[in-house]
Every structure is written in structure tokens, then in C-alpha cells.
Design a binder for this molecule. Structure first.
Ligand code: 13P
Length: 252
């Protein structure tokens, strides 16, 4: 099996003040010690530039939560991949369930974003995951399959080096209902098998797959030690340096 690094990212969603975001980023950077785990934070778009300044010279990576698929244009309220790069992002999240279900973003639409971000030179954290009703009707694998095939259409094996998949079951996001380690492992193994079918074993073996959905310091270790769980995409618990750092330590 390929030796994959662990990768823990914090999705701050639409939380934090400007001052709070800078403090949080500084506390995370200074609390990391010599952790070998890759760490990223994804602040609100408006704070990216300020947080980039705080993170300069540290090992903490910077990600956006969303991007548009055009380089520029009449797209009120949007940010292009080029703009995100210019303020210092290395990553952007694409396809978070809150974008899929709250803003109606489809697999085809997200595929355009994935292409635009990767072509511009950003890495992506591409989110997939099933609704509770889909899990209860045994559709989890077919939903993940559709989201992977549609979302990654036309992405090359070479570009897959810059893709992280986040498996975030929608019923576990912000609900306190975490997937069991076995449910997470089963879904991650399915994702890896699907990627192997699309791109071959080498791409699949190197792919980082994060779990997201109510990850907390007290449940992180068992989740993160499942063989196909390579990290976490953390929402609520990423808003406090102590709890986020505890999750990073649990990954190590
Ligand atoms: P919570 O950790 O708050 O459940 O959020 C998960 C998530 O949506 C991360 O992107």
C-alpha cells in the first residue's frame, strides 16, 4: 500500500470575524509543533488575504471554500481561481454539500469548477456524499459513483495528483451524528476502488481521501486510523485552535 500522508483541513464556512480569523490561524500555526500531518485552513473568502499574511512562512496551507469556473467576467459576487491564487491559496474546496444542496450546484457545474481550478494551478478538495434518505435506501455507492464520474469527467490522471476527495455524508454534517469508523472505511474503500477503475491502481493508491462530518477530538483517532481514511475535513471543531489541533494530533 502506498504511504500516504494524513491531511486535515478546517472549513470555517461563514464563521469568524476578521480579527478572530487571524488569531485562529496564528494559534493553529504556532500550535502545530513538528506534526507531519498536512494541515490547511479554509477561511471565508473575505479573510483569505489577511489569513495568508498570518500564515506566511508557516507550514499551514490556505484554501478557499468555493470558486467560479471563469477567469474573469460579469459574475457578481464570485471569485475566480486566478484571484484565489493571487491572494495565496493553494487549495479550493469544490462541491461542498452546502453548495450542492443549498445552491443547487450540479455535478456538471462542479466539473467546470474542478477543471478551471486545476488548470489555473490550484489543488482541489472535491466533496462528495449521500443524503440520509439515499443511505437508508442503499444508494450510497451509486450516489458516490455518479458524483465521482460526473464531477471528475475529463480530469486527467496527471491532474488527479492535485485532487483530494472529501467523503462527507450529508447526514453527518453539523449534526453531531458521525459516521461509524466502519461506515467511513467502507465508503472510502468504495471511492478508492472507483478511482482505480477510472484511473488505475497507482492513482487510486496515492489519492488522499478525507472524511468530513462531525469530526471532533474524541472521535477523530478511530476514524483517522481506518486504512482508507487519509484525513479529515473539519467544520465546527476547526473554529477553535484547541479542538482543531487535537484532531491534527489524532491523525499523526
Ligand atoms: P462539521 O464538522 O461541522 O460537521 O462540518 C463538516 C463539514 O461540512 C466540513 O466541510
Amino acid at each position: 500500500m502506498a504511504l500516504r500522508p494524513k491531511f486535515v483541513a478546517g472549513n470555517w464556512k461563514m464563521y469568524t470575524t476578521l480579527g478572530g480569523a487571524k488569531e485562529l490561524a496564528a494559534a493553529i500555526a504556532s500550535g502545530l509543533g513538528d506534526s507531519r500531518t498536512m494541515v490547511a485552513v479554509c477561511p471565508p473568502t473575505l479573510w483569505l488575504s489577511a489569513v495568508a499574511d498570518v500564515l506566511k512562512g508557516t507550514s499551514v496551507l490556505l484554501g478557499a471554500q468555493n470558486c467560479h469556473f471563469e477567469k474573469e467576467g460579469a459574475y457578481t459576487g464570485e471569485s475566480s481561481p486566478q484571484m484565489l491564487l493571487e491572494v495565496g491559496c493553494q487549495y479550493t474546496i469544490v462541491g461542498h454539500s452546502e453548495r450542492r444542496h443549498g445552491f443547487g450546484e450540479t455535478d456538471a457545474f462542479l466539473n467546470k469548477k474542478a477543471h478551471a481550478a486545476l488548470s489555473a494551478g490550484l489543488k482541489i478538495i472535491f466533496c462528495i456524499g449521500e443524503l440520509l434518505s439515499e443511505r437508508e435506501t442503499a444508494q450510497t455507492e451509486s450516489v458516490l459513483n455518479t458524483q465521482l464520474i460526473g464531477g471528475l469527467a475529463g480530469i486527467t490522471a496527471e491532474q488527479m495528483k492535485h485532487v483530494v476527495i472529501a467523503y462527507e455524508p450529508v447526514w453527518a454534517i453539523g449534526t453531531g451524528k458521525v459516521a461509524t469508523p466502519q461506515q467511513a472505511q467502507d465508503a472510502h474503500a468504495y471511492v478508492r476502488r472507483t478511482i482505480a477503475g477510472m484511473y488505475g491502481e497507482n492513482v487510486a493508491a496515492a489519492l488522499l481521501i478525507q472524511y468530513g462530518g462531525s469530526v471532533k477530538p474524541d472521535n477523530a483517532a478511530t476514524l483517522l486510523h481506518q486504512p482508507d481514511v487519509d484525513g479529515a475535513l473539519v467544520g465546527g471543531a476547526s473554529l477553535k485552535a484547541d479542538s482543531f489541533l487535537a484532531i491534527v494530533r489524532a491523525a499523526g
